[in-house]
Design a protein around this ligand. Structure first.
Ligand SMILES: [Fe+2]
Ligand SMILES: [Fe+2]
Length: 271
């Protein structure tokens, strides 16, 4: 297992007066998505069928992601006693499933798969860092700090294996960039939106556009400029470009402007 367990979280320091209802909504959604780590590790073991070392790494990684879900779920149940993490997880998996039976990576190659994994860990590591800084609730802060450290370690782990696979797969910067961009765009796909729906709506049908927007508005709101710059460095590194070269400030500025613009539009629309 990882470097911490649920027993390391200072649950007794929980302070109800510091629970932000908007943060609570996205924490509930995140608690469901993290649980998918188990399914993703099955998928990774299929894709890397003849690489026992990587399979062992993937299983450990999956268990750590599940633990993230459990920690966030337990916190969400403390903050909202009506929230049932188990029932919401069941609702989520009934409507969204990772493709378990794939024998080959949906990214076209194993190196491509590892680039996509690096992008996901970039997203989660900056997300939980931003959330840890944004919340004043001591238990959630501690949970997010632990998770953010794990996600950064996961990035390094996948990056190490990416370098190994690049020797065989030899996909260049453009191909890696394409995978990375594809994975970034996918973050507005059903997984997060459906988790937001399953965690926060008891009745009513799933409306993809509505829940993509509801999730994005709340999640983007916690990012600060330095999170974007650090995330950009991690993305550039994963695609084979200089993390802190001249491209970083240019792309970070663009990404930052896009995010602010998007939040403003979603706020006006009261998404
Ligand atoms: Fe995670
Ligand atoms: Fe992770």
């Amino acid at each position: 297992m990882g470097s911490w367990t649920l027993d390391d979280i200072p649950w007794e320091r929980f302070d109800r007066s510091k629970v932000d209802p908007e943060i609570l909504r996205i924490v509930k959604a995140a608690s469901l998505v993290e649980q998918n780590g188990g399914d993703y590790s099955v998928y990774l073991c299929n894709v890397f069928a003849d690489d026992a070392d990587f399979q062992a790494v993937a299983r450990r990684w999956g268990a750590e992601e599940i633990q993230h879900g459990q920690a966030l779920g337990r916190w969400a149940m403390m903050a909202d006693p009506e929230f049932d993490h188990g029932a919401a997880s069941a609702r989520f998996t009934a409507g969204f499933r990772v493709p378990l039976d794939a024998a080959q990576s949906v990214r076209g190659s194993r190196a491509g798969e590892l680039v996509a994994r690096c992008i996901v860990e970039t997203g989660t590591s900056s997300y939980y860092t931003a959330l840890a800084e944004a919340t004043s609730e001591p238990v959630l802060k501690a949970i997010c700090q632990h998770i953010a450290a794990d996600e950064l370690r996961h990035y390094k782990l996948f990056y190490t294996h990416l370098r190994r696979y690049l020797a065989a797969d030899r996909i260049g910067v453009w191909r890696r960039l394409k995978v990375a961009l594809g994975r970034i765009v996918e973050s507005e796909d059903d997984e997060l939106a459906y988790a937001y729906y399953a965690a926060n709506e008891k009745d009513g049908p799933y409306d993809r556009r509505r829940f993509v927007r509801a999730y994005a508005r709340r999640a983007y709101a916690f990012y600060r400029r330095h999170h974007v710059e650090r995330g950009m460095a991690m993305i550039l590194k994963a695609v084979g470009l200089k993390p802190n070269g001249r491209l970083n400030p240019v792309l970070s500025r663009l990404a930052w402007r896009f995010m602010r613009h998007r939040i403003a539009r979603l706020e006006r629309a009261a998404a």
